[in-house]
Ligand binder design. Sequence first.
Ligand code: UTP
Length: 302
Amino acid sequence: MNSTPPQITKAVIPAAGLGTRFLPLTKATPKEMLPVVDKPAIQYVVEEAVAAGMSDILMVTGRNKRPLEDHFDRNYELEEALQRRGDQDKLNSVCASTELADIHYVRQRDPKGLGHAVLCAAPHVGREPFAVLLADDLIDPRDPLLSRMAEVRARLGGSVVALMEVDSDAIHLYGCAAVEQSAAGGDGVRITELVEKPEPGTAPSNLAIIGRYLLDPEIFEVLRSTSPGRGGEIQLTDALRTLVRAGRPVHGVVFSGRRYDTGDRAEYLRATVRLACEREDLGPEFLSWLREFVRAEELAPV
Ligand code: UTP
């Protein structure tokens, strides 16, 4: 009998939050459509899922879902216009998002929290394990994360969450995990407790949950009976804590690579600047402007 857990092919991308940190932009535009250089943030996340072998993507959308659907759909008029002009590069870039994966949509009518958004995916996901990728968390493709998480799940089963060490004064902004070394050794730590946005000074560790999860479908059952927690929202962290306390296997993979929280304005700006600087087509010119700009700022009287 082969006991290796099946390869995960379904990914859920919750994108129904209100995005209040980006108001007024998010009044009519989902924050997931914010450009990071010249691609919307969510396209990087879909590309990451596809690169990890996921071919079936479910987006949980709310109001303002049209731009998301349009971005991953065909745009015949634009394609024809670019074809007529013979602009093959631009045509390729327009078609890339359409051809990435099989993308489905489900609506979360009320933004009742991340846990509730994940529960909206239950009919589509069924009884398979699945991934959750938060659309406002951008992981640099050069720093592997999902593949490490899949390896831990294949070895230890259950659910796996991505963790990142953050400063003590920032941990209250995240879900926080207490961990111990896994008895099996290797990559991955066993999670012993979880707290959503701990009160300052009460966090059990500096390990924050970041937006990548590989979940066993048993999470749906737990989410159905999870009451609203922090902020009156149904929290995914609370459901995972129920699994931990029931002795179910929940492991963490500690990530120390490049990650940008594009739902936060300052981080979003940093991500845009950094990725623009690294681009072959834009980087050299942009970087030399940036150097000049910083020099002038430093010289400017305060
Ligand atoms: P966040 O808390 O970062 O997103 O949720 P938010 O609520 O949209 O942002 P702010 O704090 O008001 O600026 C993490 C992820 O979960 C999704 C969000 O879209 C985001 O990708 N989410 C959150 C949902 O899909 N539904 C919800 O009810 C809440």
